[in-house]
Design a protein. Structure first.
Length: 356
């Protein structure tokens, strides 16, 4: 055995002895019951902190992971940051997608996270160009006999440093130009034909109708009632006496027709004209609104033409426009004494002589 092998064996025995030697409780520096109490207090504090963190996490609002597949990395990071989430990006070499496009997310779409949670974006990058490189054979390393016999100490694996990732600048695609549709003007609408002029129509004859019935008849002929004037008459109150325009006159539809209707007559007392001559009696009656009717003569000793009586008699209640009959005096006819006719005298038949 060489000296090198002897030294290595001695070192291994010392190291093994150190690991196999048990350590006592006093060697750890813990103080018996005091160490137990300190450990219990630490456990309680840890539980309280965990409980507080759980309560805070439970009160935090959750957000739903949106669909980011197909977006650019810049747009996806801006959207997640605005939602209060943290972003971590990984890369995947995909030639079918544009560089910087989001391929997938972790967590996936629709999962809910607390605000402040993290989302991992898998972003597409272009695969590196493959260039053929000639194989270079390295000569075998000649080792010394002493080195081959001594086992080499274990070396830590070399740290793999990934090459720096250079992301291409995001491609800014200008928005498409949207041209407005051509304005197609509709053809001009044909001018509407003027309506035919209304036809003239004659004024209906409503004389003798009451005012309301006359209005209905005029409305049926598309005419309107204009002014209504009352006039004293012997007709019943409201009876149409005449129209303006008169019946039969042609007018346009919608024209107005004025009505003259009868007014309820007032009653007056019959004046006393007995003893008046005929002319004076007629003047008094006309001034009172009455008309002179028939005049009858009757023999009387009074002056000829003197009114003997009237019909209606004096003081009676009459309506204006009523007729009054007069009875006037006329001189009596001359009377001769009647001629008395004597009865005819009957002649006696002659008496025949008696025979002797």
């Amino acid at each position: 055995m060489t000296m090198v092998d002897t030294a290595a064996t001695t070192e291994r025995q010392q190291t093994t002895g150190q690991w196999q030697k048990p350590r006592r409780w006093s060697d750890r520096g813990d103080g018996g019951p005091g160490g137990i109490m300190l450990a219990g207090a630490g456990l309680v504090v840890t539980l309280v902190v965990v409980l507080l963190l759980w309560v805070v996490a439970a009160r935090q609002p959750q957000v739903e992971v949106p669909n980011l597949v197909g977006m650019s990395r810049m747009q996806a990071e801006g959207l997640l940051t605005g939602m209060g989430l943290k972003v971590r990006a990984t890369q995947d070499q995909v030639a079918a997608q544009a560089a910087g496009t989001v391929l997938r997310t972790d967590p996936t779409v629709g999962q809910k996270l607390d605000q402040g949670g993290g989302v991992t974006l898998t972003v597409a990058v272009a695969p590196p160009a493959v260039t053929p490189v000639g194989s270079v054979e390295t000569p075998p390393v000649q080792q010394s006999p002493a080195a081959s016999e001594v086992p080499a100490a274990p070396q830590p694996p070399p740290a793999i440093v990934p090459p720096p990732v250079v992301l291409p600048a995001p491609v800014v695609v200008p928005p498409p130009v949207v041209l407005p549709p051509p304005v197609v003007e509709p053809p001009p609408a044909p001018a509407p034909e003027p309506p035919p002029p209304p036809a003239l129509r004659p004024v209906p004859d409503v004389v003798g109708f009451d005012q309301y019935r006359a209005g209905r008849v005029l409305a049926q002929d598309r005419l309107r009632v204009g002014s209504v004037i009352e006039e004293g008459s012997n007709q019943p109150s409201g009876t149409v006496l005449r129209t303006d325009p008169r019946a039969g006159v042609a007018v346009w539809p919608g024209s107005t027709v004025d009505l003259v209707v009868a007014r309820a007559p007032r009653e007056i007392a019959m004046p006393n004209v007995v003893g008046f001559d005929k002319a004076s009696a007629e003047r008094v009656l006309v001034r009172a609104g009455l008309k002179v009717g028939s005049v009858t003569e009757e023999e009387s000793t009074r002056s000829s033409g003197t009114v003997l009586r009237t019909d209606p008699r004096a003081g009676a209640t009459v309506r204006p426009g009523s007729t009054v009959d007069l009875v006037i005096a006329k001189p009596p006819a001359t009377t001769e004494p009647p001629v008395k006719k004597e009865p005819p005298v009957k002649k006696k038949p002659p008496v025949a002589d008696k025979p002797e």
